[in-house]
Design a protein around this ligand. Structure first.
Ligand SMILES: [Zn+2]
Length: 669
């Protein structure tokens, strides 16, 4: 008998060895610095994925056991980030974004919609957005039955705050609904907070609060965080200075109620957004030992543009004022997962968990970051998404690391020669301009203008284009001597029909950061046109013209190829086309195609739609047109875009002042 058992064991051992040879892993991310705070991992290791699960995290896994191996040495590997505060229900409110392209490229694989839907609208949200997203979308249900509304008065309607109905809805959808949200309440008193907490009690879930303490609200931070909020409830917008008072304004000390609330188990979330991140508050809170428990973006169409809100950028900003990277990763993975009671299902690289993984580069350089008062902090590090795995699938791949090498070698086309500064036009002039863009190399093919010119902007119009407009005539001067300045580009190859189809992307955050101020398309509804800051023009029929560069944007390409106008320009430039020729294609020729010769030109008296580009030499791996990896030798990047006179995109904060030199702050609202 004993003999037989031994033989059986021997056979099993052989089968196991055979399985090892048969490549048990589908993917190994090799040699990255893994930070997985929940499992106390902080060092170089490989991450192996089988199917849609994490199979192993360990140093030196056997390469031959993987079907696919991607080298991520020199990069950081973390659990897919969890963003506790976003707004992604499109029909609920105009100020929402589509989930995938706004978050996956920045390492975020799970988002929590913070109360755009209420119990009356959740089913529509679930059907139209949640089930169609690659991103894992969880949600906090608004205590207001109708959810958030463009008519803010509807969010003050206490009669529509039904704790029983809200709790019932949450219980029906335990897979998605992780809690209750109250926000934007503009009347005095505690009715909204009390009803939200009542719903939270009935559903057995946490409540997230967004609630002002000033504006004669009759509310105080102390009462809110010590008397009303329960352990596990989450206060968002912690660093904006008007929803919770973290610090005493005079002594700079952490307020005693904040420490007591934290001891009670109340959680404090960042909720960056457009209005809730101030340098002095964040810096002082970190210095005094009051870091936020969770980092989140409060993603919406305005914050994603002006403040470049995404998880990687929010982490970079907190690092710029003193937080360490591992500390920030904890607050962007395990902490938010625990806050919504989903740990360890999400927020870790634990063996057997769903494979949601983020890979980041921590870049060194000079980077300008912007806060809610539009003040800048210049810093040397930036965390940037490189590769994102969601549910075992590579959904974002900045450098085309998963692609095969292309045999094609990049050959950079002509760049306009740097021209000397030209003498002043000399004309005496006492006009005061809002902005003067100084010394940029202007490429304006419609006017056959090419060389160094200044451009003055008054309100939403171009006031003057001339060499050397005196800086004393300008309220704000922006030095563009390192950059090319062109008319805002026209994209005639973007699908921006994002509301009525499953193929379109939102124009603004996919166009303005790439120098595109107008989109010409065959299909876009009035509502899409109304919601877009980018000029959306509908024409009957569009024909492709190889002379005209286009983004090729749609819901698939925006992720798979990271399609954008600057990517298309970079690829064409590296295929030998001249930059001036490309700009002519995306301005003059595209305007003609649209039957709008008034567009794509820099004209005094015309609208100030202006793009500013940097062309960086180097080696930039990226997916070519055939999907194979090429190494671009020059990269086109858009640093500044004016749309109708407004600096809608300002990558480095060129139009903003450093916060330490910009005078006093006040955030009383
Ligand atoms: Zn919000």
């Amino acid at each position: 008998m004993g003999y037989a058992i031994t033989v059986r064991h021997y056979t099993l051992a052989l089968v196991a060895a055979g399985a090892a040879w048969a490549q048990p892993y589908d993917l190994i991310l090799r040699g990255g610095h893994v930070i997985d705070p929940a499992n106390r991992v902080d060092g170089v290791a490989d991450v192996a994925i089988s199917g849609n699960r994490i199979a192993a995290v360990a140093p030196n896994l056997v390469a031959s056991q993987a079907r696919r191996l991607i080298d991520v040495s020199g990069l950081y590997v973390t659990p897919g980030l969890v963003d506790l505060h976003t707004h992604v229900y499109l029909k609920g409110r105009a100020s929402t974004v589509l989930p995938d392209d706004a978050v996956l490229p920045h390492g975020t694989t799970t988002i929590v919609d913070a109360g755009v839907s209420g119990w009356k609208t959740f089913d529509d949200f679930d059907r139209t957005i949640i089930r169609n997203a690659k991103t894992r979308v969880l949600a906090l249900l608004n205590i207001v039955g109708g959810g958030m509304n463009d008519n803010i008065q509807k969010e003050y309607d206490v009669a529509d705050m039904d704790p029983k109905a809200a709790a019932e809805k949450v219980k029906q959808h335990p897979d998605v609904l992780v809690g209750i949200k109250t926000a934007h309440f503009g009347l005095p008193g505690w009715a909204a907070v009390e009803r939200a907490i009542e719903a939270g009690k009935l559903a057995g879930k946490p409540v997230m609060l967004d609630s002002h303490v000033y504006s004669n609200s009759g509310r105080t931070t102390e009462h809110k965080v010590l008397r009303l909020m329960r352990p596990g409830d989450i206060h968002t917008h912690s660093y904006n200075d008007h929803q919770v008072e973290v610090l005493d304004r005079f002594s700079g000390r952490v307020q005693p109620w904040m420490t007591q609330a934290r001891q009670r188990g109340v959680l404090f979330d960042l909720g960056h957004g457009g209005g809730s991140f101030l340098w002095p508050v964040a810096q002082a809170a970190l210095a005094k030992g009051f870091p936020v428990d969770t980092i989140s973006t409060d993603l919406h169409p305005s914050s994603i543009l002006t403040l470049q809100v995404n998880m990687a950028n929010s982490i970079s900003k907190l690092m710029a004022v003193g937080m360490t990277l591992p500390d920030a990763i904890s607050r962007a993975t395990v902490n938010p997962a625990k806050a919504v009671h989903r740990f360890p299902e999400i927020g870790t690289l634990g063996k057997g968990q769903i494979a949601d993984v983020a890979v980041f580069e921590l870049r060194n350089g000079v980077f300008g970051y912007i806060d809610s008062m539009k003040k800048k902090l210049t810093s040397n590090r930036k965390l940037e998404g490189v590769l994102t795995v969601r549910n075992g699938e590579i959904v974002f791949d900045r450098d085309a690391r998963a692609a095969a090498d292309s045999p094609v070698e990049a050959r950079v086309g002509a760049l306009p020669p740097p021209a000397a500064l030209r003498a002043s036009s000399g004309a005496a002039n006492n006009t005061i301009h809002d902005i003067v863009l100084k010394h940029g190399y202007v490429i304006d093919p419609a006017n056959r203008r090419s060389g160094r010119f200044d451009i003055a902007i008054d309100r939403n119009k171009i006031a003057r284009i001339a060499p050397n407009i005196p800086t004393r005539n300008a309220r704000l001067t922006v030095d563009l001597s390192d950059y090319y300045v062109t008319p805002g580009l026209i994209d005639s190859g973007a699908d921006v029909d994002f509301l009525d189809s499953l193929t379109g992307v939102q124009a603004d955050h996919n166009s303005l950061p790439h120098g595109v101020t107008a989109i010409v398309t065959e299909r876009a509804s009035r509502e899409v046109i109304r919601r877009s800051r980018t000029q959306v023009l509908v024409v009957n029929s569009l024909r492709a013209d190889p002379v005209i560069p286009v983004s090729g944007l749609n819901r698939k390409s925006v992720l798979s190829e990271r399609a954008s106008m600057t990517r298309s320009l970079t690829l064409a430039l590296n295929a030998g086309r001249s930059f001036a020729d490309l700009i002519e294609g995306a301005t003059v020729h595209a305007a003609r195609l649209a039957g709008r010769p008034d567009l794509g030109v820099l004209k005094e008296g015309g609208p100030a739609d202006i793009a500013v580009f940097a062309i960086e030499p180097g080696s930039f791996p990226m997916a070519g047109a055939d999907g194979k990896r090429i190494r671009a030798k020059a990269r086109v990047q858009c640093v500044l875009t004016f749309r109708n006179g407004d600096a809608a995109w300002d990558l480095q904060g060129l139009t903003m002042r450093e916060w330490t030199q910009a005078g006093g702050y006040t955030a009383y609202k």
